[in-house]
Design a protein around this ligand. Structure first.
Ligand SMILES: Cc1cc2nc3c(=O)[nH]c(=O)nc-3n(C[C@H](O)[C@H](O)[C@H](O)COP(=O)(O)OP(=O)(O)OC[C@H]3O[C@@H](n4cnc5c(N)ncnc54)[C@H](O)[C@@H]3O)c2cc1C
Length: 93
């Protein structure tokens, strides 16, 4: 049955709005390493200088990019992190 929105009672519209806004999607799995693009974990940033990327514990040891526990959303953030941290480290290493 087709109805004009203007003819639907507010209560029904609010129920519809709530149902849509509270709709939750629960992922049921991942595709694993076959399509993985970035890894969680790695060298703890607390152990590195954020200015030089040098280890706080081992002088002259630098960590950059994917090996550090920094994870960006897809869309270039991981490349940017790899390039930026590499650039920073190169100023000091
Ligand atoms: C399929 C895929 C798609 C992606 N798409 C995007 C994207 O669209 N945008 C984005 O921002 N990020 C993307 N990423 C993530 C991004 O590629 C990485 O975050 C980034 O390349 C990390 O750079 P990196 O130099 O730290 O490490 P890597 O690029 O992994 O470089 C590490 C290098 O070290 C070499 N190596 C390893 N072990 C040794 C060893 N023992 N001796 C010598 N060399 C060694 C490896 O061969 C490799 O060349 C993608 C990743 C994958 C896998």
């Amino acid at each position: 049955m087709r109805r004009r929105i203007a003819d639907i009672p507010n209560r029904q519209l609010q129920q519809l709005g709530s149902a849509i806004n509270q709709w939750q999607i629960v992922p049921n799995g991942t595709e694993g390493y076959r399509t993985a693009e970035v890894t969680l974990g790695g060298v703890d940033t607390a152990g590195l200088s954020s200015k030089t990327m040098e280890s706080r514990r081992v002088p002259n040891l630098y960590f950059i990019g994917e090996v550090v526990d920094v994870t960006g959303h897809l869309g270039g953030h991981n490349f940017q992190w790899a390039w930026s941290s590499g650039f920073v480290a190169c100023q000091y290493a």
